[in-house]
Design a binder for this molecule. Structure first.
Ligand code: RB5
Length: 139
């Protein structure tokens, strides 16, 4: 399942991303926020992580202004590997080398076009394991 989370600065992009998944008939779980009213991003990062951790196959897509706050909060959880991505290459390597289970996007700096490209790559790239698995075990 795909879990969406955002703060007020990520709201517009989150809504566009949700509409994209809807158009592809892919169900998402949206833990909020649900408007542009100012909120605290840690609440939504925590709520998103809780849902991601319900199933190993779950993937999170979290958005705040820069993506930095969401990343910091999400990565406090040992089972979450959240990657702030700003390019297609980031999205590919976040999966290939880091087995990221949460894609973090900046709502301020990312167009919907670019977000969708990154999301598609993130969702279709497999973890390479091998030496990268050894490194994950060193966290
Ligand atoms: C909220 O003002 C802003 O700090 C948030 O959207 C994000 O950029 C945090 O890292």
């Amino acid at each position: 399942m795909i879990i969406l989370a955002c703060d007020h600065n990520g709201f517009d992009l989150k809504e566009q991303i949700k509409a994209f998944f809807n158009s592809e008939n892919i169900t998402t779980i949206d833990v909020g926020t649900y408007s542009k009213e100012r909120v605290d991003y840690p609440d939504f990062a925590k709520a998103g992580c809780e849902r991601v951790l319900e199933n190993k196959l779950n993937i999170g897509i979290f958005i705040c202004g820069t993506g930095i706050g969401m990343s910091m909060v999400a990565n406090r959880n040992p089972e979450i590997r959240a990657a702030l991505c700003s390019s297609k290459t980031d999205a590919i390597y976040a999966r290939k080398h880091n087995d990221a289970n949460v894609l973090i996007i900046s709502g301020r700096n990312t167009s919907i076009r670019k977000a969708i490209k990154m999301i598609k790559l993130f969702l279709t790239t497999d973890f390479e394991k091998g030496r990268h698995l050894k490194r994950l075990k060193m966290f």
